[in-house]
Design a protein around this ligand. Structure first.
Ligand SMILES: Cc1cc2nc3c(=O)[nH]c(=O)nc-3n(C[C@H](O)[C@H](O)[C@H](O)COP(=O)(O)OP(=O)(O)OC[C@H]3O[C@@H](n4cnc5c(N)ncnc54)[C@H](O)[C@@H]3O)c2cc1C
Length: 262
């Protein structure tokens, strides 16, 4: 690990101004991704701005038909929240599948979405539910947020403060886990929302995306039979030692059907 300046932020404004004043800063949330990256010398920031003391970024509430989750809320809190379990059980279930107990107790929803690992779990739910990413500057719709592998619509120094998930009429999530890391090889979040059916896919491609041919097939209702026989192209899907692109294409259909009881 290279030397860097450690700075503890006392508020969102303080975090953003400390970041802006530094040569080349990174925010630190749960550190489940950033710390290994620093230890492996894959990144060399001049400053690390710790968000750990920002209690107002941690918590879960209901607001106008949506569940709002603070950026510093760890996965464990989402998985065990009675509010999430009662309003969007599929989201609690998803959070409970992330990594292992240490990752779930340290890792945060804001860190996960800022990092945008192609196999991260939350992006499937953010797209599947049509969530809104709230930052210190603006609100970003799910469909505009994920821009590429480890890439998002966030600008330099922009801080995620919360994520707002509209409460769906019905939703389900299933993923096929990598047996070592537990990251999804493919994950599918299917939801019937006020705006229609949405299907968010993670793990399959360089960046999470919506499976629009499944959404059209399910527009009459979340019947897994409607997905049978629909071809999923392997073009552009990830291929690695864990799964070929063709296998991932197959898993997309299987996980989407299982998400809705098939
Ligand atoms: C063994 C292991 C297994 C895992 N399995 C899974 C899995 O199954 N599914 C899954 O989804 N994830 C998995 N993860 C990743 C985990 O979910 C982490 O929580 C996530 O990658 C990063 O969250 P963090 O809070 O630790 O962020 P950090 O590591 O602190 O930060 C990650 C990045 O986000 C930036 N950042 C952090 N917070 C903010 C913010 N509020 N605004 C803007 N930028 C910010 C940081 O600057 C950094 O670039 C796994 C990790 C490990 C180590």
């Amino acid at each position: 690990m290279y030397n860097f300046n450690y700075q503890a932020a006392s508020s969102v404004d303080d975090a953003v101004s400390k970041y802006a004043a530094a040569d080349d800063a990174r925010f630190l949330a749960g550190g489940m991704t950033l710390v290994p990256v620093l230890k492996q010398r894959l990144d060399q920031p001049s400053d690390v701005v710790d968000l750990g003391a920002l209690a107002d970024l941690r918590g879960i509430s209901e607001d106008g038909g949506a569940i709002v989750i603070g950026a510093m809320t760890p996965h464990h809190d989402v998985a065990t929240s009675d509010l999430v379990k009662s309003k969007i059980p599929a989201l609690a279930e998803l959070a409970g599948t992330i990594g292992d107990p240490m990752v779930r107790n340290r890792g945060t929803i804001g860190g996960s979405l800022a990092n945008n690992d192609p196999a991260a779990s939350y992006p499937a739910a953010v797209l599947g539910l049509g969530a809104t990413i709230k930052t210190n500057k603006r609100e970003i719709a799910a469909d505009d947020y994920f821009t590429g592998m480890f890439d998002t619509a966030l600008e330099e120094g922009e801080l995620i403060t919360a994520v707002s998930f509209p409460i769906p009429e019905q939703a389900g999530y299933r993923h096929f886990p990598n047996p070592a890391s537990r990251f999804p090889i493919v994950g599918a979040f299917v939801a019937k929302t006020a705006d229609g059916v949405r299907v968010g896919i993670t793990g399959a491609a360089p960046c999470a995306y919506r499976q629009t041919n499944f959404e059209a097939a399910l527009s009459g209702g979340l019947d897994p039979e409607k997905l049978k026989g629909i071809e999923v192209s392997s073009d552009g899907l990830n291929s690695d030692i864990h799964a070929s692109a063709e296998y991932r294409a197959h898993l997309i259909g299987v996980m989407a059907r299982r998400a809705i009881g098939g």
